[in-house]
Ligand binder design. Sequence first.
Ligand code: KIV
Length: 469
Amino acid sequence: MYGRSVHTQRREVTEALLMQEPMETAADKSGAARPQRSGFMKSLAQALPPEPKAGEPPAKSPVKVDLRQLRGKYERHEPISMVTAYDYPSARLGDAAGADMLLVGDSVGMVVLGQDDTTEVTMEMMVHHCAAVARGVSKAFLVGDLPFGSCLTPEEAAANGVRLVKEGRVGAVKIEGGSRVLPHIRAIVDAGVAVMGHLGLTPQSYTALGGFCVQGRSAEAAHALLEEAKLLEQAGCFGLVLEMVPEPVAREITRQLGIPTIGIGAGAGTSGQVQVFHDLLGLYDKKVPRFSHQFARLEAPMTAALQEYVLAVKTRGFPQPRHAFAMPQAEQRAFEQASEATAPPDAPPRALAAAHAGAAPSRTRVVRTVDEWRRLQAEGLVPRGASLGLVPTMGALHEGHLSLVRLARRDNTLVAASVFVNPKQFAPGEDLATYPALATWERDLAALEAAGVDLVLLTRTLTLPSPSP
Ligand code: KIV
């Protein structure tokens, strides 16, 4: 073998393994014959650390998922879970959730960058996002997509595959396409990079496929998919994504292949499932595919939290003293004396500026936390023997609320109104998530001020202790 490149030697070894070792079959638990690992997978397995033997104590957590563990799951018929991730926080979340694999999909173009499809995504973007995800992962096996136009030749595919490993720190790359990309897959494998295939709906070429629609619906098209899947396995793919393929077709491909199939819109017969992070969590505002399920709708609570922040800034509820940094008093005095000399002649006196910064918009005080309430009590806001009338509201105030305020005003020393959206007052399916307590805040506060309210309790969880007697 002397005189030939490592590249050529690797290809010869891989080809020899593929040609010499016919696919073995073994009966699975259900009695059905299922193909076992291909020659390439055996050679890959030999390159990996040994699996722990039965009876050995479980390795310390977190155990990094590698191709051997994925292979083990596949052979034990344990479903493999994969979710997309695009940055450090989504990687941490997917990893902490226990996903076996994270995919830095070129869907990043759509769900993160707001593009119309995936064709604008570049290698630079993929490297950038893969590296961010790699920094957030401690356990899951990381796969990165080779984007549209990055694999025009086998050489380019290999070079970009190597780049995603070197710079993006992925464990494997995914390439879309069937027979057309077989030489590319071989070239990437020869370069020492593990490859996942992607068949069915391949979003990078969705226009050529007639849009985002199910592939392999006719017997002929389904058969062609099956043949292509086998070719991808033979070319060295360690796994295969099947997207928007009829369930019976995906099931049959899974039965006939010796590598895991990971389905998305391919039914329950595949070795595992992959979903897009933003679809699962209800964070994508455009079309949600029929094959995805929103396990949470996080847009509304995230918006509500941000609205609270904006409101806290407007009403001077944020920052609190604990969010600020002090300086030694002597240094502060020295600084203030020195800076007086450089102050513009029309700068307001320091005491006045401080009063403006700390002042409430009127005598009505807005209280958001129990701590704030305790502070006001300690400052003597509610004098001994004073009575406090409380008008509980959910915001969006009208004359009914204000008449209650007036009654409370008539009968008490102090009047408080709470603005608290109580989830218990909403039946399932009612508009709790979009209820406008914060949206109408400025109007509500003005109305309460005008009605002479002393305290407004603005809170998400109302746990206000009673005032001391
Ligand atoms: O880019 C992506 O997110 C994908 C999945 C849909 C499989 O390729």
